[in-house]
Design a protein around this ligand. Structure first.
Ligand code: ZN
Length: 336
């Protein structure tokens, strides 16, 4: 892969936007997020807090700066979000939900701190596993996000991901979960949010990820799905979520990680995608946006750098496309 290093080179680059990853700027941007408690935006995004920690911590690990956020304080915050039932809320006092519970597990695994659940009398990892397993519908195999009942393949993927990292997949009916995912497959090769729903690359990631964790990628027509996914690349190198939609950095992850899982990442132009992601940086204040020139946020910073890692960008830790965690972390936990 060729990397353009100077500003103004390589198709479509705006004057002055460097085409190198501004590592130090992004580290400073992520560190600054926790010190902005006096800003109104901090409180507006409180419902995302635990996910925000995961979105900040993962790129720091990928950029070889795992200690840029204080480890002990991060663990304290995560554990303060846990409920008696084993699940985690977005912030202390918020209701437990599948998505935050998955983020909590990813953070604890990344920090090698799953043992803290036991040490601090949180019921160990088994209580977390019990919360997740109780959200499976034993008839259909799908998962709810919380006790109120919305179902989504995102929750199914999250459940398999977290339980797999905890070594607790036996708590659920894995065959039923796999059968449900298969029902969400469409004739175009993609997957939707539920059976019969339109294909969307976010749902493709969750369905392919779930099948990868279950060891059932054999159920996928990889050429047909690979064709649909590679059609997501647009002229400027960016990827969209479904036909006729605008490109967005977060789809760099959902599309490219899905392609990587089915062994078809080389079906897109990786150099053009790398250039597109780098153009989404704010080279002054750090962080990445959904597309060039927009406001940065930690969500797109995470998925942009994860995408660059997947594309083999020099100097970044390698990422595991199934778990969206550094590969050295999943290698340690799963011996894979
Ligand atoms: Zn996005």
């Amino acid at each position: 892969m060729s990397l353009v290093s100077g500003p103004g080179r390589g198709g479509g680059t705006e004057e002055g936007s460097p085409l190198e990853l501004c590592v130090e700027k992004h580290v400073e941007y992520i560190k600054s997020l926790d010190t902005r408690r006096d800003e109104i935006e901090y409180w507006y995004t409180e419902h995302l807090r635990l996910n925000g920690v995961y979105w900040g911590l993962t790129p720091l690990h990928l950029m070889n700066r795992p200690d840029a956020l204080p480890r002990d304080e991060t663990i304290d915050f995560v554990l303060a979000c846990q409920h008696e039932n084993g699940g985690f809320g977005a912030a202390p006092g918020h209701d437990a939900h599948m998505l935050y519970t998955v983020s909590a597990v990813q953070i604890l695994v990344m920090l090698d701190a799953v043992d803290e659940l036991e040490k601090r009398n949180r019921g160990g990892k088994e209580r977390v596993g019990a919360f997740i397993a109780a959200l499976q519908d034993r008839e259909t195999g799908v998962f709810k996000g919380d006790e109120w009942g919305e179902t989504d393949t995102r929750f199914l993927y999250g459940a398999l991901l977290a339980l797999s990292l905890l070594g607790l997949l036996h708590l659920i009916d894995l065959d039923k979960a796999v059968a449900y995912v298969k029902q969400c497959e469409n004739l175009d090769g993609g997957f939707g949010v539920r059976p019969g729903a339109e294909s969307h690359s976010g749902q493709v990631l969750t369905c392919v990820g779930a099948l990868a964790i279950a060891g059932r990628l054999d159920l996928i027509d990889k050429d047909r799905l690979g064709a649909w996914l590679s059609e997501r690349q647009r002229e400027n190198g960016g990827l969209n979520g479904r036909p006729e939609k605008a490109e967005d950095v977060c789809y760099s992850w959902w599309v490219a990680a899905s392609l990587a899982m089915i062994g078809r990442l080389h079906w897109i132009d990786r150099a053009k995608l790398t250039t597109f992601i780098l153009r989404c940086q704010d080279p002054e204040r750090g962080g990445l946006a959904d597309r060039p020139g927009d406001m940065v946020d930690v969500f797109h910073t995470h998925f942009g750098i994860a995408g660059l890692s997947l594309l083999g960008y020099p100097g970044l830790q390698e990422i595991d496309p199934v778990y969206c965690l550094p590969r050295q972390v999943t290698a340690r936990v799963l011996q894979r």
